[in-house]
Design a protein around this ligand. Sequence first.
Ligand SMILES: [Cu+2]
Length: 362
Amino acid sequence: MLNIIIVVAVVLILAVILTAYRVTTLVDVVKKDKEKSYVPSGNSYQGALMVVFLVVGIVAFFYYSMTEYDTYNLPIASEHAVVTENLFWITMAITVFVFIVTQIFLFGFSWKYRYKKTNVAHYYPHNNKLEMIWTIIPAIVLAWLIISGLKQWSVITGPAPEDAEVIEVMGYQYAWAYRYPGKDGSLGKYDFRKIDAVNSMGIDLEDQFGHDDFMPTQLVLPKGKPVLLKIRGRDVIHSVYNPHFRMQMNAVPGMPTQFWFTPSVSTAEMREITGNPDFNYELVCNKICGKSHYGMKGIITVLEPEEYDSWYKESQENTFLKQNPGYLSEVPEDFKEAAKIAAGIENIGKEQKVTAAASSSK
Ligand SMILES: [Cu+2]
């Protein structure tokens, strides 16, 4: 309700200003000698304002860009980011140059060619040379920019190196879930129909590769090793975003996407670079996906390769199946023993057996 009142108030104020302006203009017209051609009184004044706007705008643009440089240009923490960063600044340099030049013409000409009685319009309908120049040059520059961008884009989204760590990331309202392949090095299949309160990623336990998959609460990555993120969305479109890695990829329900990159700076190193002992890489959602979108923050930890290996070794013991033995009921009878071994529950205790039996009979 308050919003409607504010909108109505703004509209009414604008209407009052417009009416006052029209009244003064009409009074102006009536006062003038009819023989003289009519020149609005604010003509030169408004022309000068155009120039003020140009100068203030350009100064503010550069001032803000420089003072906030560290805010929007975070330190790079992945290998491909060096290339994309380079492309970004080349594109920025070209577009800013063209932008400034065109704005100078736009506002400068508004001042220069403001109405004057002595000014006479010059009839200049066409110039083939000019048309060629401002068609061909931008075409070449833009094609070059786009082709260099596409080349890098096809690397990032193309097949990952063979030795890449494959990790699944799933966005849902309003958090992230991660799945690692476990001891066998392969992620098991998933099926959205298997999703429930516990099996949040819908691991299909009929597939043997899924029996040793584990789902940590954080995304942990090795430094200096390619990482392939297999990305999906569970409900609406989310977006896997991290500015330090210059990484962004939509997480779309029903349409898996992927992104591979090589982290080049560990969390510990970045803490030193930023001088912030509490620094953590964040995995944030970059699509307005609902009312708690702002809360979709995950922590990404980049470890040295040896640290990563020992983390992996430790974490792979906590397989999904071991933590939720009730789901053994979904494993086909023939694979059950193998599944228990893969999931690390071959020594399943009596108590757990009871839980498993209880949930399988539900
Ligand atoms: Cu989201």
